[in-house]
Write a protein that binds this ligand. Sequence first.
Ligand code: KG4
Ligand code: ZN
Length: 353
Amino acid sequence: MSTLILGIESSCDETGVALVRTPASGVSDAGTPELLGHALHTQVAMHADYGGVVPELASRDHIRRLLPLTRQVLAQAGQTLSGIDLVAYTRGPGLAGALLVGAGVACALGASLGKPVLGVHHLEGHLLSPFLSADAPQFPFVALLVSGGHTQLMRVQGVGHYELLGETVDDAAGEAFDKSAKLLGLGYPGGPALARLAEFGDPQAYKLPRPLLHSGHLDFSFAGLKTAVLTQARKLEGSPCEQQRADLAASAQAAIVEVLVKKSLAALAGTGLRRLVVAGGVGANSALREQLNAACQARGVRVHYPELHLCTDNGAMIAMAAALRVQAQLAQTSTDYAFDVKPRWPLQSLSAA
Ligand code: KG4
Ligand code: ZN
């Protein structure tokens, strides 16, 4: 029997809902679960006036959007509420209030339908999001997880088997993009804006630090880069030269990308694995993709990304992670609906023994 899963994402500033169906069980080589439909509402416009995400406003907007988006996805997929077998939601990490909205709606839906619920780890969603592509990866692989709050290298043996190889000791890569963008007077969300400005700049114009590049381990540090960008941005104040701003944006992006590429290659060399999965919002960055593609091709390594529109937060990755857990018989579903959320939740703590 196949399982129809509704996935709900509400950990930050995107409201996402999706329907995924697992292939019928009992079939050998059952294949990858199928995405039947997904819908997304981004809160970017709402938070833009404040220069960043306002948690209370995020929660209120998730409440407004979730049920209409659910109806939209059901209609898109030609399904009805009563056909749903499992309601999956993002349990953490993320903004506590925003997570509570998704968990509350998921548990209310589950209770009213008499169907179980499953709390999903947001980063597991990102990590498994390349399974939504036609060219899905095979296990094992190294994963580079680069989002607004996390920068991690993981060894992934299979669903639920995640070994942390290295992570940031301070700012995340997405944060480095966002903070550099802010220093350059670019609005929220900073990463894509900085990437756009960087297209017109010289990545070698400013010599910016590549922290921990030759440290011999796989941890990252991006706080020093932010300070260096701040110092250079101050020098530009009063001389609003567009080319210099573009050069600084390109140089900041080059520093972040070089560290991410070199550490990913070191993780591949250290583990002996020949497959890399890149996931999380920063995975949408085209300079990162170009350099990783070139470096991996030269080494005979396959690199997988989620589709561009599924790099940032969405409901499809949550429904897919739930479906892969169901398939792997690792889904700890609940029918008591006494939900809690985990604003802080290390991914490696999920590892099945
Ligand atoms: O995964 P995500 O949507 O949310 C979190 O789970 O944090 O990632 C958001 C992060 C933000 O820091 C955003 O600036 C960054 O991803 N980002 C980018 C690009 N698109 C999104 N950074 C660089 N280049 C991009 N094209
Ligand atoms: Zn995310």
